[in-house]
Design a protein around this ligand. Structure first.
Ligand code: SF4
Ligand code: SF4
Length: 413
């Protein structure tokens, strides 16, 4: 697409990147067919091609309005359009650039500004968020339904194996996961321990940076990334083999640290090393699948009533990291029968803080996703990202678990 960027952005890193992305788009519109917001709203400007047009106009000097911002806000950043695009258009990068410019030119006021500020301050702070979550869990039974759906019951991380293996990997604790679903990393620790690997958490880590990045606070996200790199570095120098992600949304963000820190001379090279070592827990278990198979052979068969399982592949796994079929193979190797799920490429509506900021669209996507997931009458739903798990569990009549918890339970059987 022919593009003539305005002076304010032409000779910047973001401008050069935006221009090359815009030039790659041939306007075929294939991406529109797989866009969840276009499917729901039926407006070209709520699909990828329309949003690309809007961003192009802004970068070429047109003044954005609140309506421009609304169409960009409604994007889930699910990246289904990137998986579909035959020209390899890196839409999400263009969206980040466009959102940052529009946010500056059309600042938010009143309630929406306060809400975003509160989310940026609360979510990425594990101690603060953990205290708020624990208070919510204590009064969960009397919470109004809309809040109760967002507060899972209190659970524990389970028994932690004693470290002692020669092989070591690093887990990202994250911000919301330790207080909402501590058993996810607990399960990852036990499963890897059974395969001869210690999984350790470095002191001083926190949010991967995705929360602040997607609320248009890129500098805050860079601070999160630098803090995590500093905390991980001594363990990496001591020989840790990998940085393991049990939340696929965090995996996308950490794998993107080299781009986030490309202009930071003190961290750019370290960020590349971190990204090269970062693996989704599904990738790790696939690399260890022979050892896993030997352990699974020693387990009791899965009870017939628990066999049928529906897997929801998060957008951050299948589109963001382009990891497909990996978790499904591991679950089948563990004895599960996966039920067919229609429109598996579509977002469940969680999308970070989207379910809070765009509740109507998010609710429709959640209802559609749960209908697709339960059509095959599974005993439970499995997924690979805390955001999707919490969002689906808030309205599901059957259990929603992280798949590593199911592998953990199988190894214990
Ligand atoms: S599919 Fe790709 S090239 Fe075609 S309109 Fe969408 S982004 Fe542009
Ligand atoms: S990221 Fe998702 S919601 Fe946004 S334009 Fe692409 S397909 Fe549509």
């Amino acid at each position: 697409m022919e593009t003539h960027l305005a002076d304010f952005i032409r000779d910047t890193t973001a401008g050069r990147e935006a221009e090359s992305i815009l030039r790659a788009c041939v306007h075929c519109g294939f991406c529109t067919a797989t866009c969840p917001t276009y499917q729901l709203l039926g407006d070209e400007l709520d699909g990828p091609r329309g949003r690309i047009y809007l961003i192009k106009q802004v970068l070429e000097g047109a003044e954005p309005t609140e309506k421009t911002r609304l169409h960009l806000d409604r994007c889930l950043t699910c990246r289904a359009c990137e998986s579909t695009c035959p020209s390899g258009v890196h839409y999400s990068r263009l969206l980040d650039i466009g959102r940052e410019v529009v946010e500056r030119k059309v600042p938010r006021k009143g309630g929406p500004a306060v809400m975003r500020h509160a989310l940026r301050e609360l979510l990425p702070r594990p101690a603060l968020f953990g205290t708020a979550m624990r208070l919510g869990q204590m009064v969960r039974l009397v919470l109004p339904p809309v809040l109760k759906a967002k507060v899972p019951p209190i659970t524990s991380a389970g028994v932690s194996p004693r470290p002692g293996h020669a092989r070591q990997m690093i887990a990202l604790a994250g911000c919301a996961q330790p207080s909402m679903y501590p058993n996810i990393n607990g399960s990852a620790r036990r499963v890897l321990h059974a395969l001869g690997i210690d999984l350790v958490e470095a002191r001083g880590t926190g949010c991967c940076g995705a929360v602040r990045f997607h609320l248009n606070e890129a500098e805050g996200a860079r601070d999160d990334a630098r803090r995590n790199i500093d905390a991980w570095w001594p363990l990496i120098e001591a020989g840790a083999e990998a940085i393991v992600m049990t939340a696929s949304a965090c995996g996308v963000q950490v794998k993107d640290y080299p781009h986030l820190l490309q202009e930071d001379s003190a961290y750019a090279e370290k960020a590349k090393r971190i990204a090269a070592l970062t693996r989704d827990i599904g990738e790790i278990l696939t690399a260890e699948k022979s050892a896993l198979a030997r352990r699974l052979e020693q387990c009791s068969p899965l009870p017939v009533g628990e066999k049928k399982l529906a897997f929801h592949s998060p957008c951050t796994l299948q589109h963001g990291q382009q990891i497909r079929g990996v978790v499904e193979s591991l679950l089948m190797a563990a004895g599960y029968e996966l039920t067919p799920v229609a429109d598996g490429h579509l977002c469940c509506g969680s999308a970070g803080t989207y379910s809070i900021l765009q509740p109507e669209i998010s609710g429709k996507l959640q209802a559609n996703k749960l209908a697709a997931l339960t059509a095959g009458q599974p005993a439970a739903i499995a997924s690979a990202n805390i955001g999707c798990i919490a969002h689906l569990a808030g309205a599901s009549e059957i259990p929603v678990r992280h798949w590593i918890e199911l592998i953990d339970a199988r190894l214990m059987a």
